[in-house]
Design a binder for this molecule. Structure first.
Ligand code: PHE
Length: 447
């Protein structure tokens, strides 16, 4: 049972906090770089607008009407086959598995905040060495910072929706927005800004392979926090009489604006100092620090601010990844919030350690199967399988299972003429898009 509700702003900041995460600032620029820029960005934006928006409304609606933990919401809203639909609710608990690697990456960011106060690496090879040493030999460094990420996340979750998540987001999100906006203004005054704009917005269709297409669609879901029950569990604490259509539009706009701004800032800096855009996961940890070095003292300040913003983004998403499980344990297993938060914290903490070990040179062999280590598997399984399946079940549930009138009664007034378009999308377009992503990412279809 939900006791405390979000305030209106509290919800918007918490939901935007969930959406704006490592996906926006760490992942988006490097995958846009890897898959060639413009065309990729365009597919991503179209998916966010047409499919992401549709599924976000569906996910919010289930939470908003169900008002229980995710399993309970599916169960109570299913007109029949309640026992079966309960399992869709279990899919909505899978966010905690994302934390196996997410918490480790937040740890790296903390480490880099510390490094930013010191002398930054002067060249890319030097930066590469720092990053690789941390990854393959830095057991204690990584464990130390992963522990801090675990402690902050768990402490916020223990304080609940109102005193924890809402308060935390109301402080961190405005901070993050200010930093990114400030950096964008700074980047706009550099010569390479126009090149960055061109790189991100002028499509070169020849670079759009089917894989790039599927990654763009998949990332659109990940970045909006869809399919994992995070948005659903927050929506269960919305005040009655909220306008979820407006809320979804706000969250999506914020998420997209921050991703695009982060991309523009990063590419401007990279071009300005002659670094390569296609650098993979190391982009912000390798190319960027070397670029900051080239900027002199201002670089150190920018570096601290950048990694602080990244940490803020990561932490507000982290709490949303675990909250569905915490609420489930409270509602179904009758645990106290403190106990639920600590058990789930320890759960991802332990597997996070495995992710660290799976990257270390001395132990990676033991934790690698089929060409992927534990760290990569937890990303692969959550992003490519659990998330699309979760999103698919939500779209089917709202589009084909829930009573039509029930869905319409909430949305029709807020959507007006657009309602039939949305309903068609949630019934047909979103499921087809999700099945496509899944099959493509699993290598079943390639064109
Ligand atoms: N949206 C977050 C990001 O961009 C990640 C996330 C996915 C959070 C799913 C919650 C649920 O980093």
């Amino acid at each position: 049972m939900k006791i405390a509700h979000f305030s209106r702003w509290g919800f918007l900041m918490a939901a935007a906090g969930s959406a704006v995460g490592l996906g926006n600032i760490w992942k988006f620029p490097y995958i846009a770089g890897e898959y060639g820029g413009g065309a990729f960005v365009l597919v991503y934006i179209m998916t966010v607008a047409f499919v992401g928006f549709t599924v976000m409304i569906a996910e919010m609606l289930i939470g908003y009407l169900g008002r229980l933990d995710n399993v309970g919401s599916f169960e109570s809203l299913a007109p029949r086959n309640k026992e079966k639909w309960k399992f869709a609710g279990f899919m909505g608990l899978s966010g905690t598995l994302v934390m196996f690697y997410y918490s480790v990456v937040i740890g790296w960011i903390f480490y880099y905040i510390g490094l930013s106060f010191d002398t930054l690496p002067a060249t890319i090879p030097e930066a590469e060495l720092i990053y690789n040493t941390m990854l393959t030999h830095g057991l204690w460094t990584q464990v130390f910072y992963h522990t801090i990420a675990f402690m902050i996340t768990t402490a916020v979750l223990m304080r609940g929706i109102k005193g924890g998540i809402e308060k935390f987001s109301l402080i961190l999100m405005p901070g993050l927005i200010l930093i990114i906006a400030g950096m964008l203004i700074y980047a706009m005054n550099l010569d390479s800004f126009s090149r960055a704009v061109e790189y991100m917005f002028v499509p070169d269709w020849s670079k759009l392979t089917s894989e790039a297409f599927a990654v763009a669609v998949g990332h659109a879901f990940f970045t909006l926090s869809l399919g994992m029950g995070a948005i659903m569990i927050y929506s269960a604490s919305l005040p009655k009489e909220s306008n979820i259509v407006r809320a979804a539009l706000f969250v999506i706009s914020m998420d997209t604006l921050i991703a695009l701004s982060a991309g523009l800032v990063l590419f401007t800096f990279l071009f300005q100092y002659g670094a390569q855009p296609a650098k993979g996961p190391g982009l912000v940890f390798i190319s960027l620090p070397a670029v900051f070095h080239a900027m002199g003292a201002a670089g150190n300040v920018l570096s601290v601010l950048f990694f602080v913003a990244l940490a803020f983004a990561g932490l507000t998403s982290a709490v949303s990844l675990v909250e569905p499980m915490v609420q489930y344990l409270i509602d179904r297993w009758k645990m106290t919030r403190a106990k639920a938060a600590i058990s789930m914290g320890l759960f991802f903490y332990f597997f996070g350690l495995m992710a660290i070990f799976s990257e270390l040179e001395s132990t990676s062999q033991l934790l690698t199967w089929g060409g992927r280590n534990f760290f990569d598997w937890s990303d692969y399984i959550t992003s490519n399988i659990l998330l699309p399946v979760g999103g698919l079940l939500m779209a089917i549930f709202v589009g084909h299972v829930m009573e039509k009138e029930r869905v319409a009664s909430v949305l029709r007034t807020h959507m007006g003429w657009f309602y039939p378009v949305w309903y068609f999308n949630v019934r047909y377009v979103a499921p087809v898009a999700l099945v496509f992503v899944m099959l493509n990412l699993m290598g079943v279809i390639v064109f």
